[in-house]
Design a protein around this ligand. Sequence first.
Ligand code: BGC
Length: 262
Amino acid sequence: MEMDLKDKRALVTGGNSGIGKAIAEAFAAAGARVAINYVAHPEAAKTMCTAINRGRREESAIAIEADVSDPSAVEAMFAEVDTHWNGVDILVNNAGIDGARNVGWEAEPDAWRKTVEINLFGAFYCAREAMRRMVAQKQGVVINMSSVHEVIPWGGYSAYAASKAGVSMLTKTLAQEAGEHGVRVVAIAPGAVKTPINRSVWSDQKGLADLLDKIPAGDLGLPEDIARMALMLASDASRYVTGTTVFVDGGMTLYPSFRHGG
Ligand code: BGC
């Protein structure tokens, strides 16, 4: 049905790895043109472009390097998308880091700031550029990658949790502002999804057991689980969905330690 993204112009930040990669591939499979943003591993982005462009019209996928925490780099990235496609219809603010693990009173201000600058400011800088174009054309969708940690405090990761709580309120406020201009803004909150960001946890037996204990569904999520939701939210099937976070977390937010009574 409306899950078709034919010829839509999409930009996915951090699109060459993990959840972003799965989203870029799902969007391309649904007919969208995708700009794959990256900061590291250009070869991964280029390999994806080659695979997507094969058998399709030229430039169905392009790779763009930019650090989302640098507003002038973000501006240049959107200018580059303009030169290829003259605008953008879908932005996925996916780029993010967990950051260094430290209790708050031992955290380094520079490391703390960096996490918030990438996860929250980066989402804002990209949304700002995208929405200028979307509001002018009276249509568009911004999808912000949040986390279960927009509501679950996470010991050792106060910068990350604070940044995702910020992403949640950024989503709601931008959605409130942009609704009358035909632009939707939504967020997805993944739980523990098997990607490079948390490899050190799931590749360790004890770490994995501890993680699984926090997931009522009893399994880690896969990048494709998030990509399917992103596709749904980007498409007209979700035309009446805005300003909300959709949790795709196998129940991680359901206080799983209470499952056998309190
Ligand atoms: C983090 C992962 C973590 C998961 C569940 C995500 O937002 O990026 O590292 O495994 O939350 O705690």
